[in-house]
Structures are given as structure tokens and as C-alpha cells.
Design a protein around this ligand. Structure first.
Ligand code: MRU
Length: 360
């Protein structure tokens, strides 16, 4: 996608350096963060310099490739093991992160020489990044017909290209509809406490010239009651085998509202987000983040200085679960890189294992 007219991916590998758009600084500053070691890449994931399920998967893959590139030959397998452990411990919910680490660690494990391991690791990490970008584009193709001309679409958090290598999940059908001249209007939730909607989705849509209106998270019910929404499209961090879906905290109440008001609620995600080893939503690990994110806010002052300010009583404490689970029953359909599928165990199994599912 374009940033001031120049095409970018959210994260990439340049030699042995992972480079990423530092999302902590957006929308006020556009800067590239260099991570020369896998430890620094893991730290960028933990601190949310790079965030979004797809993007942290791609970054995690590059972290393992970095470990393979930099490790001494004699201890390459052990160093890759250490990198995998460190990277897996950064954020627990997004399935794409574990998917990428597993794929690359397996490739390295099967290599016969250190040189082969390094080559395979880098190739696999680049392939996963490309597949992630292509999946976003395919989701756009599959989901665009759900966006009628002048559709008013509600989305939550940031499931756009910043959250992937490129294109995004929830925003991909919107980008495609926009390019086809359908003139969609996006209602973007602010997404407290970190404000991914206000800071990132708004910035992304602005860069692409898509019309959008920001709403407070608490204003969604008002929009549903006043008939101002044609559909809801959100992303996903992990989808269990039965279709229960973990996404940014605040997604579940939107799904309840959508059902109450008869508005279709779609989840957009690539195959790498589906986790058939997790039977249902109850088994999805939910990240609990620091209370600091609620008690304080970061923004730019009128004089242009980025500041952290206290937005709660000095005595306040907070609970800060980062994700919630929307039951499959509230989801109209999954928009995937393999096309639209029903939110059922059978449809998910068929998506992930098309040949096995056809066996008698
Ligand atoms: O900002 P994060 O990494 O905590 O949020 C994760 C997400 O990106 C969203 O939940 C999003 O909807 C998932 S789709 C990439």
C-alpha cells in the first residue's frame, strides 16, 4: 500500500536486518525501525512497534530467519530454538505468530547443513511474508461483493495493511470496493485503550483516500439503532476449530449488536489465522495487557509534542484484556483467502484440509 505515494510493506527483511513501520509513532510520525537482531525483533513485537495478527506473524518469521543467519554454525540449532522460545513468548493470542515460528523452525530442523538451514530459513520467511500479502489481496476479492455501492461498513481496531504484510483482512474488501469506484464509507471505532482505530485505521484509510468517520467505541449501538450500518467486517487473531473467533477487545459486543439489529457480521482472516488444534473459543489464550494502557494515553499536543498524559484518577487501577471471543453463532461468514465460508466446523476443516475433507 502507499504511504505518501510510495509503496510499503509493514515489515520486511533487508539482509539480516528486520525493518518495520514503527506503529507506536503513527499517525503523527512515519518512521522505520531497524531490528538488527532477533532479540530486537522480538522486542518490537512485544512493545507493539509492529502489531496486528498478520504482521506479527511475518515479523516472527523474520526473527527466526535472523537467528539462523547470525548464529555460529556449531550452535545454530540451539540458537534457533532459543529464538523460537523468545518469539513465542512475546504475544499469546494471534495464531499467525505461532504458525510462522513453527513453519520456519521445522524447515531449519530438517536442513542437513548450517548453510542449507540459513538459506531455507530466509526463503521460508520471505515466502510467508509474500503469502500473507497475497492472502490479504485474495480476501479483498472474496469480500468485495459483500460491500454494495455506497455501503456503510463498521470495522473495529486495525485489520488493514499495517496489521499484515500488505492489504489487510477486514479492510481488504473495502480497499477493493473503493478501487472499483463503489465509494464505501467506513465507520472506524476508536478502539480503546490503545486507539488502533483512531490512530492506525484512520491513518491507513486516509492514505488510500477511503472515506471514513471515527466513532467512540460506545457509539456503535447508536449507529445500529439509527440504521446507519449495512454490514460489519472485522479481522481475527485466532479462529478455533468450531469458528469461535478471538479479536480485539470490544468485537463481541459489536457482534451481539449486529445480531440484534439484523446487520450481517463478517470476520475476514487468512487460513494462517485458523487454528484447528484449538477446539473452541474457551481454549484460546487471551493476552492481558498492562493497566498503564488504560490509565494513560499518548497523543500529540497542540504545539506538536508527543506526550503521555494521565486520563484516569490517580487512585485508579484497571483490568485490560486485549481480546474477546465472538461465538461462531454470531458470525454470518468468514471471508478468507480460500473464498467465503460458513462459520462451521465442517467448512473450516474443508478450508484447512481440502483433500482430507473429501475422503469418505
Ligand atoms: O493491535 P493488536 O495487535 O493488539 O490487535 C490485533 C489485531 O490486529 C486486531 O485484533 C485485528 O482485528 C486482527 S486482524 C489483523
Amino acid at each position: 500500500m502507499l504511504v505518501n505515494g510510495t509503496p510499503y510493506r509493514s515489515v520486511w527483511l533487508d539482509g539480516s536486518i528486520v525493518k518495520l513501520i514503527d506503529q507506536r509513532l503513527l499517525p503523527h510520525q512515519f518512521a522505520i525501525l531497524d531490528c538488527p537482531t532477533y532479540q530486537e525483533t522480538a522486542d518490537a513485537i512485544r512493545s507493539m512497534a509492529v502489531r496486528g495478527a498478520g504482521a506479527i506473524g511475518v515479523a516472527a518469521g523474520f526473527a527466526i530467519a535472523q537467528a539462523a543467519l547470525k548464529a555460529p554454525e556449531a550452535t545454530l540449532q540451539q540458537e534457533v530454538g532459543r529464538a523460537a522460545t523468545l518469539t513465542r513468548a512475546t504475544r499469546p493470542t494471534a495464531r499467525d505468530l505461532f504458525y510462522a515460528v513453527d513453519q520456519i523452525a521445522r524447515t531449519i530442523h530438517h536442513a542437513h547443513t548450517p548453510a542449507e538451514a540459513r538459506r531455507a530459513a530466509v526463503e521460508t520467511a520471505h515466502r510467508l511474508a509474500d503469502e500473507n500479502a497475497q492472502a490479504g489481496e485474495a480476501i479483498g476479492v472474496a469480500g468485495e461483493p459483500l460491500v454494495p455501492p455506497h455501503a456503510r461498513v463498521l470495522t473495529h481496531c486495525n485489520a488493514g495493511w499495517l496489521a499484515f504484510a500488505d492489504w489487510g483482512s477486514a479492510l481488504a474488501p473495502i480497499y477493493r470496493a473503493h478501487r472499483l469506484g463503489k465509494q464505501p464509507l467506513v465507520y472506524a471505532t476508536e478502539t480503546r485503550p490503545r486507539g488502533q482505530g483512531a490512530k492506525l485505521t484512520a491513518w491507513e484509510l486516509g492514505q488510500e483516500g477511503v472515506a471514513y468517520t471515527l466513532i467512540a467505541d460506545t457509539a456503535a449501538g447508536w449507529l445500529f439503532q439509527h440504521g446507519e450500518l449495512d454490514c460489519v467486517i472485522v479481522g481475527a487473531d485466532r479462529i478455533a476449530a468450531n469458528g469461535d473467533t478471538a479479536n480485539k477487545i470490544g468485537t463481541y459486543p459489536l457482534a451481539v449488536l449486529a445480531q440484534r439489529h439484523g446487520v450481517p457480521f463478517y470476520v475476514a482472516a487468512p487460513r494462517s489465522t485458523f487454528d484447528d488444534a484449538t477446539p473452541s473459543g474457551e481454549a484460546i489464550p487471551i493476552e492481558q495487557r498492562s493497566e498503564e494502557e488504560l490509565l494513560w494515553a499518548v497523543g500529540r499536543s497542540e504545539s506538536g509534542i508527543t506526550q503521555r498524559v494521565r486520563v484516569s484518577a490517580d487512585s485508579a487501577h484497571a483490568k485490560n484484556p486485549a481480546f474477546d471471543v465472538t461465538p461462531a453463532a454470531l458470525i454470518r461468514g468468514f471471508i478468507t483467502d480460500g473464498g467465503m465460508i460458513a462459520p462451521t466446523q465442517e467448512a473450516i476443516a474443508m478450508l484447512l484440509h481440502p483433500t482430507m475433507a473429501r475422503l469418505p
